[in-house]
Design a protein around this ligand. Sequence first.
Ligand code: BG6
Ligand code: MG
Length: 216
Amino acid sequence: MKACIFDLDGVLVDTAKYHFIAWRRLANELGVDFDEHDNEQLKGLSRDASLDVILKKGNLSANGPQRQEWMDKKNAWYLELVHQMREDETLPNAKELLHQLKKAGIRIGLGSASKNAPLILERVGIAHLFDAVIDGTRTSKSKPDPEVFLLGASELGLKPEECIVFEDALSGIQAAKSGGFFAIGIGSPEVLKQADAVFPDLSELTVERLISLSKR
Ligand code: BG6
Ligand code: MG
């Protein structure tokens, strides 16, 4: 293991709940029911791809400007919540693990679909720890396409098999596996079946544990 590439929302920070609140608000405004189960399908998807899922559920269609207006609305609601975030809103052990990795000389990348990723990294005070940041402004294909992680590995100067990917979304685990990465799922083993290992969060993970897992 030479690098760890982290998804952001739901792995390092608890922003998945804010995406859910904002998408549900938009869906309900469009007359579409939206619950936690629907939200699971959206995790990891780009803003565009997420809107597609909601429109499909409601049997709705929209032209370009209308889609943009809805995405902007969702993002404005999401950002209202992000601006209330405190610096300690990283998930358990996230900051500690990043510091340990840094100390051990293991490179750190971000592989997120979010266009807001750099803002959030700054907000919680971890931006300086990353050697490569791939966010939603730098990719053209949404997870489950491996583009975001492949770009991350290449920016770190490494091959996929030298990197561990951390993901909370089914689409993200699929992206990591199809790109040839060792994939650690963060969340429920029922949802993240295709991961190489699944943990409820980062709290049990240390550098030693990661090295031994990736050797299996
Ligand atoms: C992903 C989230 O990280 O980013 C998705 O899991 C979100 O829920 C996507 O829709 C895009 O985020 P943003 O911030 O660009 O709207
Ligand atoms: Mg995520």
